[in-house]
Design a protein around this ligand. Structure first.
Ligand SMILES: [Cu+2]
Length: 134
């Protein structure tokens, strides 16, 4: 398995396993510490959901799962564009970043299916992801 396969696998695990098995196992299963350095894990070491905005106007991850309550996000503006992260259904801007910045924010959500979207003009059509709150 190549390094990029491993990174992709870890991202998929990160997106799914957080709410199911809890933080302790997330750190084991999803791996703290990247070996290739090119991709960031979807769950930060302290349990926030890490969403990366890229210049191709896509999120790094398009499906996230989290337990209901306070959901913490880390938003990364990886390239040269500004991005924000808005939970569409409740119209809450959780975070906004400028190029190169990493910012944090949180939102209270009840169980349901939500859309996290970047509302910077021109980004909304492609920068959409599904957040499942359990
Ligand atoms: Cu954006």
């Amino acid at each position: 398995m190549s390094g990029s396969d491993l990174a992709a696998r870890r991202r998929r695990l990160g997106a799914r396993c957080a709410p199911v098995i809890g933080l302790a196992l997330v750190l084991l299963a999803c791996g703290a510490g990247d070996t290739d350095g090119a991709e960031l894990d979807v769950v930060t070491e302290d349990g926030a959901l890490r969403v990366v905005g890229r210049d191709d106007l896509r999120w790094n991850v398009e499906e996230l799962t989290a337990p209901a309550g306070t959901i913490r996000f880390e938003l990364v503006c990886e390239d040269a564009a500004n991005h924000n992260l808005v939970i569409d259904e409740v119209d809450v801007e959780v975070a906004a970043c400028a190029p190169g910045e990493t910012v944090r924010g949180s939102v209270e959500l009840e169980p349901g299916t939500y859309t996290y979207v970047c509302t910077v003009p021109g980004h909304e059509r492609t920068m959409r992801g599904e957040l499942i709150v359990e």
